[in-house]
Design a protein around this ligand. Structure first.
Ligand code: NAD
Length: 502
């Protein structure tokens, strides 16, 4: 009996019922409402190209109304007891977990990832709510005596103030919870702008936050077909205090330039070009398993996706053969089908960009060991692909591929591996496979990446500080660092309390 025979596919009625439960308006000051000009935009299923839902499309005026609500709610929200904010987050964790199947199916419908992966994202995304509910009551300041004598230093944390949160389409839930949870923990109010390709999950999440008891005006959501039309006026408004962005490096640079006008706090989680280094002393089967996870999570549409496989020459053939066999055994299909392991790419442009990189690499001398072409028919599918003998100057090694394509290239020595890994303007995730722990530590010290996986293909965790160096961004999300992105430090200098006693 095949898996599909025992696991029923999702029925069209179940999909329609879920879609009908998602709010389609803008969330401003606790009310769902239409756009001020009545405008809307459609959300599509990338597996079929069909329209799933039509949402209100916020205008600049709506964005400013959202900021107005956030600004008015800020002072009272900042004064709430940390325990109260912690309990809202904890209830939100429980509700997202209870509604896990709805969130997972919604993400599969609007983004394309297989249901099993969408369930994984729900668990990962929900963890930020639980983690930050725990961090809320442990965000300590300090009190000390000055080195010279009896004067005192008091340091307290305060919320930054109203924040603009901009999220990408690839992890529709986790990228929202990774920002909203620490902002709630710190006592900030928010305007969230989800990606127009996948806003439905954020809409359901916002509804869930209200159900968890978040007061009106604390979280406002303005999905829009015009991202710049929302961010432009908000970044120019002095009531906004921070922008936290996850997305591509070019858009991040533009937002940083715009944020400079009011010297806003910025957190930037930008693009990556992760090296996956395999040394000859590695456990090759473990390396292939890690490579599959690091490459194929989210069909390769992840900022942490392994983008360059750097394999020591003596084991390159064996690694490539095993890796290509595992990639060739995957099944492409709509994410709701039980045996699908690879969903579609997000749109036709994304699929065509991936194919252009593959074609250019093959023209430059690379060999497609498996895959190498799009899948015909509706939806934007691309065959899982392994490219061998990729020249070191190939464009595919310089750009984020954002698709199920693994270029393999070789190196001779540890020094070569480090030099090749660092030869990029990005510095987000990296992966190293070796049985020699000293070597792993040597590599970690020299590699210019914010995150390193030692014999591990998936390293994201709510308790870990996620973020990059170089053009991969500024700031960290998750861990104890995550809340610091939403607080500001106030120093109070206190004169010698004994002096007044005479
Ligand atoms: P994108 O930069 O095109 O869009 C991200 C968000 O910015 C979306 O909400 C989009 O509507 C908005 N946006 C686009 N242009 C804008 C503008 N001019 N002004 C204001 N907002 C604008 O990125 P994407 O294609 O949605 O996501 C993929 C990118 O995100 C990749 O580069 C990936 O590496 C990166 N990413 C990074 C992380 C991380 O944590 N570092 C995580 C996920 C994705």
């Amino acid at each position: 009996m095949t898996v599909s025979a025992i696991t029923p596919a999702i029925s069209p009625e179940r999909e329609a019922f879920l879609l009908a439960s998602v709010p389609t308006g803008l969330l401003i000051n606790g009310q769902w409402r239409d756009a001020s000009d009545g405008g809307t935009f459609d959300v599509h299923d990338p597996a079929t190209g069909e329209v799933l839902a039509t949402l209100a499309s916020a205008t600049s005026e709506d964005a400013l109304a959202a900021l107005d609500a956030a600004d008015k709610a800020q002072a009272a929200w900042a004064r709430t007891a940390p325990r109260e904010r912690a309990e809202i987050l904890r209830r939100a964790f429980d509700l997202v977990t209870e509604r896990a199947e709805d969130f997972a199916l919604l993400m599969t419908l609007e983004m394309g990832k297989p249901l099993a992966e969408a369930r994984g994202e729900v668990a990962y995304g929900a963890e930020f709510l639980r983690w930050f509910s725990e961090e809320t009551v442990r965000d300590y300041g300090r009190y000390l005596t000055t080195p010279e004598g009896r004067n005192k230093i008091l340091v307290q944390k305060k919320p930054v103030g109203p924040c603009l949160l901009i999220t990408p389409w690839n992890f529709p839930l986790a990228m929202a919870t990774r920002k909203v949870a620490p902002a709630v923990a710190a006592g900030c109010t928010m305007v969230l702008k989800p990606a127009k390709l996948t806003p439905l999950t954020a809409q359901l999440f916002a509804k869930t936050m209200l159900d968890a008891g978040l007061p009106a005006g604390v979280l406002n959501v303005v999905a829009s077909s015009s991202a710049a039309g929302i961010s432009g006026p908000l970044l120019a408004d002095s009531r906004l205090r921070k922008v936290s962005f996850t997305g591509s490096t070019p858009v991040g640079k533009r937002l940083m330039a715009d944020a400079a006008q009011n010297v806003l706090r910025t957190s930037m989680e930008l693009g990556g070009n992760a090296p996956f280094i395999v040394f000859e002393d590695a456990d090759l089967d473990a390396a292939v398993e890690g490579a599959m996870a690091a490459k194929m999570r989210n069909m390769g549409e992840a900022c942490t996706a392994a983008n360059r496989f750097l394999v020591q020459a003596s084991v390159a053939q064996e690694f490539t053969r095993k890796f290509a066999a595992a990639m060739g055994a995957l099944t492409t299909g709509r994410g709701t089908e039980p045996d699908t392991t690879v969903g579609p790419l997000i749109d036709a442009g994304a699929r065509d960009d991936v194919h252009a990189l593959v074609t250019a690499a093959v023209d430059a001398g690379a060999t497609a060991v498996t895959g190498g072409s799009p899948v015909d028919g509706p939806g934007y599918f691309y065959r899982p692909t392994v490219l061998a003998n990729v020249p070191n100057d190939a464009e595919i090694l310089r750009q984020e591929i954002f698709g199920p394509v693994a270029p393999v290239t070789t190196f001779a020595t540890e020094e070569d591996a480090i030099r090749l890994a660092n030869a990029t303007e990005y510095g987000l995730a990296s992966y190293v496979y070796s049985r020699d722990f000293n070597r792993l530590l040597r590599v970690a010290e020299q590699i210019e990446f914010g995150m390193v996986g030692f014999n591990a293909g998936v390293i994201s965790n709510a308790a870990a500080p996620f973020g990059g160096v170089k053009q991969s961004g500024l700031g960290r999300e998750g861990g104890s660092e995550g809340i610091a992105e939403y607080t500001t430090t106030q120093y109070i200098g206190i004169a010698d309390p004994w002096a007044a006693k005479g």
